[in-house]
Design a protein around this ligand. Structure first.
Ligand SMILES: *Cc1c(COP(=O)(O)O)cnc(C)c1O
Length: 246
């Protein structure tokens, strides 16, 4: 019990700091803080942390492994804490097609869709679960030597976004919500996110309803907010350092 109280105080402190950073980043970018949603990345942390964060006002959580997320979601369904039923579950990891059916059961938004097979599998999974699932395409910003891009961390190449977006829009049980990205290692996040903003601009010309822009993590949320992120995905700064097992 004492541990629980201490953990809640720690989460409240961290949340205060992250919200402060978001406010400053929005002010610096001339944006309203209400335009940016904070997705708490709870991967590796227990369901009790999700519940505590919901009590503190968090309404978006991010998970990246199906088994872990499904179990946590089930525990949270049993909780009677205010707000927990309103939490949107974001799946932010790579989707394996054989996990899509399970992921579609509890995910409200699957953020890292990057290939046709996943589009098809998620739509089938959503149909089986008799629900709709929101989808973001993960854009790869990797730039190899001589401008050749390599999909090292997953994601669809900018030139292939439009084709995949069309496939999502034709899939009957999923909804295209927007784009997400992960800043490449070894590149200044600010320049990567500026490039991403260009991809978003082109994309939104054809898909004006798909306004979700997911970018920014604990280390670089300011740069992402400056480039128009509507969702930042924050793990470490909120929950602490994850054990180094993955
Ligand atoms: C783990 C993870 C995050 C959170 O990263 P932190 O640096 O801990 O804030 C964000 N996005 C993705 C895709 C992740 O896997």
């Amino acid at each position: 019990m004492a541990d629980e109280v201490a953990r809640r105080a720690e989460l409240a402190d961290n949340l205060g700091e992250v919200r402060g950073r978001l406010e400053q980043a929005c002010a610096a970018a001339g944006r309203n803080v209400g335009e940016v949603s904070l997705v708490a990345v709870t991967k590796t942390w227990p369901a009790a942390d999700v519940v505590a964060l919901a009590e503190l006002g968090i309404r978006d959580v991010g998970e990246n492994r199906d088994q872990e997320a499904a179990a946590k979601h089930a525990v949270c369904l049993e909780s009677s804490v205010a707000g927990i039923k309103d939490v949107r579950w974001h799946f932010i990891g790579q989707v394996q097609t054989n996990k899509a059916r399970s992921i579609a059961r509890y995910s409200d938004i699957v953020q890292a869709v990057d290939r046709s097979a996943v589009v098809v599998a998620l739509s089938r999974g959503a149909e089986a679960a008799q629900r709709r699932v929101g989808v973001c395409l993960q854009v790869s910003l990797e730039q190899g030597p001589a401008g050749e891009q390599s999909p090292a961390r997953g994601g669809v190449m900018p030139r292939d976004v439009e084709g995949l977006a069309d496939e999502v829009e034709s899939a009957p049980h999923i909804d295209l919500l927007g784009l997400m990205t992960v800043a490449p290692l070894g590149e200044e996040p600010r320049s990567a996110y500026e490039r991403f903003a260009g991809v978003v601009e082109d994309f939104q010309r054809n898909h004006p309803q798909a306004t979700l822009v997911s970018a920014g993590m604990s280390g670089d949320l300011e740069a992402a907010v400056a480039s128009g992120a509507t969702h930042v995905r924050i793990g470490t700064a909120l929950l602490g350092h994850r054990p180094k097992v993955r």
